[in-house]
Design a protein around this ligand. Structure first.
Ligand code: ZN
Length: 455
């Protein structure tokens, strides 16, 4: 703690140019990421697939996946440029202090007991969320209804898009106030000790969300139904039993409602787990391939990846809160951003997060390195259970259906990818190309989108 206090004093220098520093960080990060994207774009112009995929992927599929990759890259450039302009404009035009005082004015319309910093912060954050959403709406609409549509991935209707947006906003308006109130009152009441209490609060929230998410939140967006009796169910249950995985229930999720993206995952508390399989995965794969995918997933569990990730996220939270304690009373940081008299905690937290951005890059890089190692280990695990051929063919199939990037620049991949690319995974599996998969693939329209959590 003493070191943190000394660091806090050292960093609180009157007239320190925090604003310039933070703009500098953000511009540097933007340039670095665009440099990586430029490197990746060159790979996306290749005309021949990597050697290991030559027999598995037809020229037509390869060309289409490259085209999709380039379209996504161009869109990504416009989107991040837009984000960058907003970011700099927000800082340059003192949007934060203006929005803070404006939302303070809104409190007049609420009953008198909603006054003070906590209510003000809640109104501020909710307004901030709405503004951010409005600013990113055009890009989101374009992404879903133009880009994804063009390549046949989009399954959303405008109605579903809007209802999703309304529901997630309502959810934010229900969940954000109590969480923020908890966070702010802990900091206010526990003074210098807030790091430990805040950390306990965050751990509690994490466990709470694991329990509540599948019961209350997931059903708002998707339908989970129990997996039908049959070979897939018996084989999965046998696998779970063999590995002593505490399988409670097996679900199928209607992922096809939004996109053709296919996947499988598990969730739940350590003693009661549920496996969820996307309807699209079942539809597009042989039963044995789905089981191979689940063997990979259960490998993550058996090898302790899930537990390790949970502990790493605890350390990360502790590190963030400890450093926050260094910045929370930094008058020079508040002052440079136009907060001369008031030092609202939430503003301190936002500014501190910006100042921490360069460290986030390092953490992201390290997490990706670790995650890619975990993926190789889980593949190896499935292979040792005898699923080598099924896993390899399901990986190739998913790749083709998803039109995922077939090849990557090493620098771009190290920074952005949490999963190794397909050719690396097939090599690690000692996969000998058979040319079989390419005959089975469905090229007509059956393309899928890969996003979010992959296997
Ligand atoms: Zn995995």
């Amino acid at each position: 703690m003493d070191i943190l206090q000394r660091l806090a004093r050292f960093l609180d220098r009157p007239l320190f140019p925090w604003k310039k520093l933070i703009i500098g960080f953000s511009v540097a990060q933007f340039c670095f990421e665009e440099f990586l994207s430029f490197r990746q774009f060159r790979v996306l112009k290749n005309t021949k697939p990597p050697k290991v995929l030559e027999q598995e992927v037809s020229q037509q599929v390869y060309d289409k996946s490259q085209e999709y990759g380039r379209a996504k890259a161009k869109f990504g450039f416009v989107r991040s440029l837009w984000g960058q302009i907003q970011n700099v404009a927000f800082i340059h035009f003192d949007v934060l202090p203006k929005l803070w005082s404006w939302t303070g004015g809104l409190l007049r319309f609420l009953p008198a007991r909603f006054s003070g910093e906590i209510s003000h912060s809640i109104v501020f954050v909710l307004t901030f969320i709405l503004i951010q959403q409005a600013l990113s709406l055009p890009a989101n609409v374009y992404h879903t209804f133009v880009l994804e549509e063009k390549f046949g991935f989009n399954k959303q209707t405008p109605k579903l898009f809007i209802s999703d947006m309304v529901k997630s906003n309502l959810l934010a308006f229900v969940l954000a106030p109590p969480i923020l109130a908890g966070f702010l009152s802990i900091v206010k009441k526990t003074g210098n000790q807030f790091v430990t209490y805040l950390w306990l609060f965050a751990a509690f929230l994490q466990v709470f969300s694991i329990t509540v998410y599948p019961i209350f939140i997931l059903p708002l967006f998707n339908k989970l139904s129990p997996l039908e009796e049959g070979k897939l169910k018996t084989e999965t249950e046998a696998l779970a039993k063999k590995l002593k995985f505490p399988l409670h229930e097996l679900f199928v999720i209607d992922g096809s409602k939004r996109s053709a993206h296919s996947n499988a995952y598990f969730f739940g508390l350590p003693w009661k787990k549920h496996i969820v399989i996307y309807d699209t995965l079942i539809e597009k794969s042989e039963e044995a391939e789905v089981v191979a995918v689940l063997a990979h997933e259960l490998g993550h569990w058996q090898l302790g990846h899930t537990t390790r990730l949970f502990f790493i996220s605890q350390i990360n939270v502790l590190y963030i809160f400890s450093l926050f304690s260094v910045f929370i009373n930094n008058a020079s940081l508040y002052a440079d951003f136009g907060f001369l008299q008031e030092h609202p905690i939430i503003i301190g937290f936002i500014l501190f997060s910006d100042a921490l951005a360069p460290m986030d890059l390092v953490i992201k890089l390290l997490m990706n390195i670790m995650s890619r190692r975990f993926e190789f280990q889980a593949d190896e695990f499935a292979r040792n259970l005898g699923y080598k051929a099924e896993l390899a063919s399901s990986l190739v199939k998913l790749q083709i259906q998803n039109l995922s990037t077939m090849d990557a620049d090493w620098m771009y991949a190290s920074y952005h990818f949490s999963h190794p690319i397909l050719s690396e995974r097939l090599k690690a599996l000692d996969w000998t190309p058979t040319g079989k998969v390419v005959e089975e693939k469905s090229e007509e329209g059956g393309v899928e989108k890969a996003s979010g959590r992959e296997l």
